[in-house]
Ligand binder design. Sequence first.
Ligand code: UTP
Length: 275
Amino acid sequence: MINKCLFPVAGYGTRFLPATKSMPKEMLPIVNKPLVQYGVEEAIEAGLKEIGFVTGRGKRAIEDHFDTNYELEHQIQGTGKEKYLTGIREIIDTGSFSFTRQREMKGLGNAILVGERIVGDEPFGVILADDLCLEQSEGVMAQMVKLYKQFRCSIVAVEEVPEDQIEKFGVVDGESIKEGLIRVTNMVEKPPRNEAPSNLAIIGRYILTPDIFDIIRDTPPGKNGEVQITDALLTQAHDGCVMAYKFRGRRFDCGSVEGFVKASNYVFENIYAAK
Ligand code: UTP
């Protein structure tokens, strides 16, 4: 029913310079696995096996990561090191991978619109790999796919954030439908603290219905001169329906150095060393 997942990965990752000068932010490892692989695993677990990347200049390492490296395979064949490639081999065998380029950084809304040629006319997931979401029993995208089957409208994942951080996020407000689920009536991108309609911040997981593409086309640039997906979603919420979902699990903002280090420590202690 939902088969495709977009990964907008065109951003420059300036907060990680100089590390990201010639290497994509999404390839930074959390312990021994690149950030983007965690996101792709979450998509595939949710049944979204057609993966579409919206890339930019300097992001070729992502394409290589989701392709076979024959020299390396040959080199370690039959050795004890082969086990390190099991996970990525499975992903490459299970998923299909497409790439398209966003030529100018015109914002997340624009990046998603560039993905239209991969998505076509069907509902799709969006994962921002720099938000690392960890949940033991069911990934956040899988949780959202279940909700989509019930409500058939766009869904954004939200999290309660402290007041002093709210201005970094898109913020939603609306009517409670049931525990953890809100029908969105208002949405603001990066509001000043005293103008935030709630403490519910949108994080990097979305399910979008394909009418969003026409809405984005008609959405003028907003905050920072970028085409904001938040603005397009507000139009969609007014014309139809958008749900905000308080997901189960833990999120790390790996787009910031602090969140990245916290995630690395967490994964090392709770997943890697616990194996
Ligand atoms: P961010 O603004 O957090 O990422 O965008 P960035 O620009 O890479 O990082 P900094 O701020 O310079 O350190 C959120 C996500 O949206 C994608 C980014 O790749 C990131 O995954 N994005 C953003 C695009 O693909 N295109 C855009 O025009 C903007």
